[in-house]
Design a protein around this ligand. Structure first.
Ligand code: GP9
Ligand code: MN
Length: 611
């Protein structure tokens, strides 16, 4: 203790906060270091900002200085711990918009307790030590700092901050252009600097719209127009038909044709696939907006936002939405059916903006304790109660149904379980198969009822998984279930979601070419015989999508037919061997270009210029 007394408290604070941050980066976030340079960056990048933030205490009066340093340590520790908990669940870093959205996403909810580990207490040990050593009268002199020390301290801190940013940009030239790659950003500029940058971006966000011009819009339009749209024999195969879209909550592709204890997880979908177009290599491209991001892609053909949900942040924009196009080209009536509160994910506002004619939400359904579980009404009563609404709306209709029961943490009473739980070491995965099986039963009953009501024959059905159900944290259980090795490539390929398009009377076929959720819109329009050329989007129809064009994920990673790329590593898609990054470079460029243009469109509200 005596040794610490000689040690200035500000240095004590800097060293401990720095050490904790580095430890959390390596152990808690498990940030991948590709080389020694990465390791050096991860060690030294946080220190400058930590010094500056703690240095603010110099400007406090002598009496309150100890309190100011302690208070700053508490704040930095809280940020670090909140980041750690968030990362454990989402494998991502918190952004300002997501903080304003917690009422919509429900925070980390029921799983928070599960995310805490007894080892976490160590993160608070330095705070106690600080109180024990420095909060005594006789050591208060240690808080006196000469102006020379202040100058040296400030100078060193400024050099470290500038040096980190400068060297980071030399190491990764697109560091800030790819700011959606938050892992890369944190690794290179440090955790606290990342948060300050993120706050700055959020604060200046409104300027994007104010300064946007028609020529920005033309640049985007030119790029999109140049994406080759190839014809196929299926163009117009569902001309004039009603469209029923089923957004299947958290449904990943691995459940298709997969058995647990000898029972199929999705017997109905498996049989439907035989008479449908089944796209077996379509990937989840959602980001922090989860279900709402998938809806955004389906209705706009644009990429979701990197942080927060466009449904929450960008309702006032002009969009060329699917309901608008279908209403203009085929006099379609557009409706959404979903058993949750109308305002969840800000749906009521965004649906208006997209031009939906009607949103049947929780208020329209009879929702009781008995027919609900987890987030709300169970899928079977939800579909049952939806039929009379569907019967009444005008035809042709474009109707999206959003299921709910198969949502984390995958709860279901025993009486609703059609199969027994799986027996992996991961309870979340074990329960997941039962809720997916329940959803399958609900969809089967829905089809039966539509047939009885005469609504089946003239309807095209588009079923898709909205996003992953099993997050990174629990994924080892899926790999165990599938008997797969736990490696990055396998985890990336697990992000595939089923896309099944059933057109009554049309022969089915399985397509294994790659695609993304952003391509669903172009595929729907293609089947309806509506030329997607005039409709602004990044989508290509899944029948003839260019296999070399990467399926781009929101963090800048991608899967293409030949290569796949994630966390700075490049792999061959077929043999899965790691190859030199240069092989992935052409697609990395496409990913950067498309995400950048899509962000320009959404943040600058550019489609208002193209009307
Ligand atoms: C709830 C549903 C599920 O209305 O959209 O939310 P999610 O967490 O999947 O976005
Ligand atoms: Mn969802």
């Amino acid at each position: 203790m005596n040794m610490f007394k000689k040690f200035s408290p500000i240095w004590f604070a800097v060293v401990f906060i720095w050490a904790k941050t580095v430890l959390v980066s390596f152990i808690g976030f498990n940030l991948p270091a590709e080389n020694w340079l990465d390791v050096l960056f991860m060690i030294f990048s946080p220190v400058g900002t930590i010094m500056i933030i703690l240095g603010i205490s110099f400007y406090f009066k002598k009496k309150v200085k100890p309190g100011a340093i302690f208070f700053t340590m508490v704040i930095l520790t809280s940020v670090l711990y909140a980041d750690l908990l968030y990362y454990r669940f989402y494998t991502d870093f918190v952004t300002v918009p997501i903080l304003f959205q917690f009422k919509n996403v429900g925070g980390i909810g029921p799983s928070t307790i599960e995310l805490i580990s007894p080892w976490d207490l160590l993160l608070f040990a330095d705070l106690i030590l600080f109180l024990l050593i420095y909060m005594k009268k006789n050591v208060k002199t240690a808080f006196a700092v000469t102006s020379r020390v202040k100058k040296v301290y400030g100078g060193v801190a400024a050099i470290l901050v500038a040096g980190t940013i400068g060297l980071g940009m030399m190491k990764v030239p697109h560091l800030f252009a790819e700011s959606y790659n938050r892992l890369q950003l944190v690794k290179n500029i440090g955790l606290y600097q990342y948060h300050l940058f993120d706050i700055g971006v959020a604060a200046f966000q409104p300027l994007n719209r104010a300064f946007a011009t028609a020529s920005d819009a033309e640049a985007s339009a030119e790029y999109v127009g140049a994406i080759e749209k190839k014809p196929s024999d299926y163009f117009g195969a569902a001309n004039g038909m009603n469209v029923v879209l089923i957004s299947m909550e958290s449904t990943q592709n691995f459940v298709i044709n997969q058995k647990v204890n000898g029972n199929e997880i999705t017997p109905f979908l498996n049989s439907l696939i035989k008479d449908s177009f089944y796209f077996s290599h379509v990937y989840d491209q959602t980001a922090q907006g989860k279900t709402s991001d998938s809806e955004f892609m389906v209705d706009t053909g644009l990429y979701p936002l990197s942080s927060g949900s466009a449904f929450v942040r960008k309702t006032d924009n002009t969009y060329k939405s699917l309901p608008d196009i279908l209403s203009a080209k085929g006099h379609y009536y557009a409706a959404v059916f979903h058993g949750n509160d109308a305002s969840f994910w800000n749906r009521d506002a965004m649906y208006k903006s997209f031009g939906y004619d009607r949103y049947f939400s929780k208020a329209d359904y009879s929702v009781t304790d008995d027919n609900s579980v987890n987030y709300g009404i169970k899928d079977i009563p939800f579909f049952q109660q939806s039929i009379p609404f569907l019967e009444k709306i005008q035809q042709p209709f474009y109707a999206r149904f959003i299921t709910l029961t198969n949502h984390f943490p995958f709860l279901l009473e025993e009486k609703d379980q059609f199969i027994s739980e799986a027996d992996t070491s991961e309870m979340v995965v074990n329960r997941y198969v039962t809720t997916v099986r329940y959803q399958d039963e609900a969809i089967k009953k829905f089809f039966q009822e539509l047939k009885e009501k005469g609504l089946y024959e003239n309807t095209m059905f588009v079923l898709y998984g909205d996003h992953y159900g099993i997050s990174d944290k629990y994924e080892h259980g899926v790999l165990e279930l599938l008997n797969q090795e736990d490696k990055l490539v396998n985890r990336m390929k697990l992000q595939s979601v089923p896309v099944i398009i059933h057109v009554p009377g049309v022969e089915g076929k399985t397509f294994s070419n790659i695609g993304g959720e952003v391509d669903i819109r172009a595929t729907v329009l293609h089947l309806l015989g509506i030329d997607p050329e005039e409709n602004f989007s990044f989508a290509q129809n899944l029948f003839t999508r260019d296999p070399h064009h990467p399926v781009v994920f929101r963090d800048g990673s991608f899967i293409a037919n030949d290569y796949l790329y994630s966390a700075g590593r490049c792999f061959r898609n077929d043999t899965e061997e790691e190859v030199d990054i240069s092989k992935c470079e052409p697609s990395i460029k496409i990913a950067r270009k498309e995400l950048g243009l899509s962000d320009d469109i959404v943040n600058g509200d550019l489609l208002r210029f193209l009307e």
